[in-house]
Design a protein around this ligand. Structure first.
Ligand SMILES: N[C@@H](CCC(=O)N[C@@H](CS)C(=O)NCC(=O)O)C(=O)O
Length: 218
């Protein structure tokens, strides 16, 4: 049987992405929790991801793969059974990659800035984040998931922090970032996404995550 291991961190939306994808494909794996504190990373993590020294790392039959979006594509190409994570059509595949990259490079940093700043700086950061999120709102027009009518795909999995982590963080800091009034499509996507079966069991406990960010934001 294939050896599949995930090096992750419970509060990391990136390592949760990998677990969600494996779950979606029905792949069994061993999970190894990393201590990301100063100098506490395991020798294996440093060996398998010497460039970034970050989780997640997927180890498949002894071969390491790092970077969650790269891992998601690897999972899709390696385990053909089960639902596809990327669309089949080349244009749709390119678009899925485009939006996943947009989430990581634009939306996530902007949402973090909005949640971790204060005063006037926060107001400005909130507006900037909302401008970016409008593109995602638009992408969801007439769709239940970014992947389509019924299927969770690359962009949904990539957007897990938008749909869960940042809801919790924004609530913790009292920021009204994504509401039903300004982002109705995004809000109903969040609801569908966090309640879908392959996702639900791989979301960290809400209370525990709130405590984690309370400690790390202050
Ligand atoms: N771009 C990476 C981001 C991974 C990442 O930021 N992982 C964090 C945990 S959320 C980490 O390992 N941090 C440890 C460190 O920065 O030393 C991915 O998509 O996998």
């Amino acid at each position: 049987m294939a050896e599949v291991k995930v090096f992750g961190f419970w509060a990391s939306p990136y390592s949760r992405r990998v677990e969600m994808a494996l779950k979606l494909k029905g792949v069994e794996y061993e999970y190894i929790e990393e201590d990301l504190g100063n100098s506490n990373k395991s020798p294996q993590l440093l060996q398998y991801n010497p460039v970034h020294k970050k989780v997640p790392v997927l180890l498949h039959n002894g071969k390491p793969i790092a970077e969650s979006l790269v891992i998601l594509e690897y999972i899709d190409e390696t385990w053909k059974d089960g639902p596809s994570i990327l669309p089949k059509n080349p244009y749709d595949r390119a678009m899925a990659r485009f939006w996943a990259k947009f989430i990581d490079e634009k939306c996530v940093p902007a949402m973090w800035k909005a949640c971790s700043s204060a005063g006037e700086e926060q107001e400005k950061a909130k507006e900037e984040a909302q401008e970016l999120l409008k593109f995602l709102e638009n992408e969801l027009k007439g769709k239940k998931f970014f992947g389509g009518v019924d299927s969770i795909g690359l962009v949904d999995i990539a957007a897990n922090s938008v749909g869960y982590w940042y809801v919790i963080i924004a609530e913790l800091v009292g920021l009204k970032l994504v509401t039903n009034d300004n982002f109705p499509n995004l809000c109903s996507w969040m609801d569908e996404y966090v309640n879908s079966s392959s996702v639900k069991e791989h979301l960290p406990d809400r209370e525990k995550l709130t405590e984690y960010f309370r400690a790390h934001l202050t």
